[in-house]
Write a protein that binds this ligand. Structure first.
Ligand code: NAD
Length: 329
């Protein structure tokens, strides 16, 4: 298949690109490189450096004639969405619409959309949340993800564009950016490995459902099959507190740090956890990587990349430009 992966230079998108390339597909990454990294991009994929909001996206769709679009490009920070809701909507709503309009015009058969189980349900009424749980997002990011899901439904009804929505819980694993709005695992792992002090927001009893990126890739591979459609949580139905994560990472990295707490984040959800019963029954997917194994793989990757950084000379702006223009064929 010819597949476009928007956000394919980012954390989750780049692993999905690897999955498609390994399965023998022809992949075009569409990424504006605002947070994506060249090093993440599989050398067998073609990179088009462009924003999903750009009018020129039409030329890409016209030329490439994708069978499938896997949409992972987004503004993915809850905090940014609260501080700048117009920016959030520009990317997550208008950007998605630009992709959808081109998809329907140029014969795309299906789109896969990365939604968010951690935000579309809002404060949970029951645990774990299944797909039927009420949708009452309490952040602009949660709203734009939910709006995205509604647009997919609408484009399927109007134009027959098939879709799969995967509502992820907190995804973690290698390549997660520890400096942006990443999850606590990436931030703590990097800090501990560098001998720095991680700060636990609030009392650390807040819990999340952490799904390993390799399992998320498998869900995307199944979702890409022609006969698969629908909306599914992609989760583990298991909660871990920030305090537990601190302890597990400390054991693994042997970091000599004490627990240190900072002020709680205002409005932060206390518990978030989602059921994977539907995706297991309908698609046969379940999380395969245990939390300990996922943490081991993640800390190993961070240790390796910190070691690499220590011996490499940082690239100049000119080097980076050259690398991008080599990739854009
Ligand atoms: N990380 C999680 O825990 C999580 C949970 C639920 C949903 N999601 C969703 O999964 C997707 C990927 O998240 P991630 O964690 O890999 O984030 P990421 O920031 O690592 O990846 C996003 C990618 O999109 C690119 N991008 C941003 N704006 C763009 C634009 N205007 N045009 C083209 N490319 C653009 C970035 O350069 C980056 O490569 C997002 O849609 C996010 O909302 C992530």
């Amino acid at each position: 298949m010819k597949i476009a992966v928007t956000g394919g230079a980012g954390f989750i998108g780049s692993h999905i690109v690897d999955g498609y390339i390994n399965a023998g597909h022809d992949v075009v990454v569409i990424d504006d490189m605002s947070s994506g990294k060249l090093d993440n991009i599989n050398p067998k994929a073609k990179l088009v450096q462009m924003s999903i909001t750009a009018p020129e996206l039409e030329e890409v769709f016209q030329k490439e004639r994708f069978d499938l679009v896997n949409h992972h490009a987004a503004q993915m920070s809850v905090r940014v969405s609260v501080e700048n809701p117009l920016f959030d909507a520009e990317l997550n709503v208008k950007g998605l619409l630009n992709v959808l309009e081109n998809a329907r015009k140029y014969g795309v058969k299906k789109i896969i959309f990365a939604s968010s189980a951690g935000t579309v349900y809002g404060e949970q009424r029951y645990f774990p949340a299944d797909e039927k749980h009420g949708k009452n997002p309490v952040s602009q990011y949660g709203v734009t993800k939910l709006v995205g899901e509604k647009y997919l439904f609408c484009y399927q009804a109007l134009y027959g564009l098939q879709y799969v929505v995967l509502r992820y819980t907190n995804v973690y694993g290698p390549r997660q950016n520890p400096h942006g709005e990443a999850g606590v695992i990436a931030i703590f792992a990097e800090k501990m490995l560098k001998g720095e002090q991680p700060i636990i927001n609030g009392d650390g009893t807040q819990t999340r459902d952490y799904v390993y990126v390799g399992d998320v890739v498998q869900a995307n591979m199944i979702a890409s099959k022609e006969d698969v459609v629908g909306t599914f949580n992609c989760s583990t139905a298991t909660e871990y507190s920030v305090n537990t994560i601190f302890q597990l990472l400390q054991l693994r990295t042997r970091a000599r740090v004490q627990k240190k707490h900072g002020p709680a984040k205002e409005g932060e959800q206390k518990r978030s956890v989602a059921s994977y019963d539907k995706i297991r029954h309908v698609l046969g997917w379940k999380p395969e990587v245990s939390f300990q194994e996922g943490l081991n793989r993640t800390t190993d990757w961070f240790a390796e990349s910190i070691a690499k950084q220590a011996v490499s000379v940082p690239p100049t702006k000119a080097d980076k430009k050259k690398k991008v223009s080599e990739k854009v064929k």
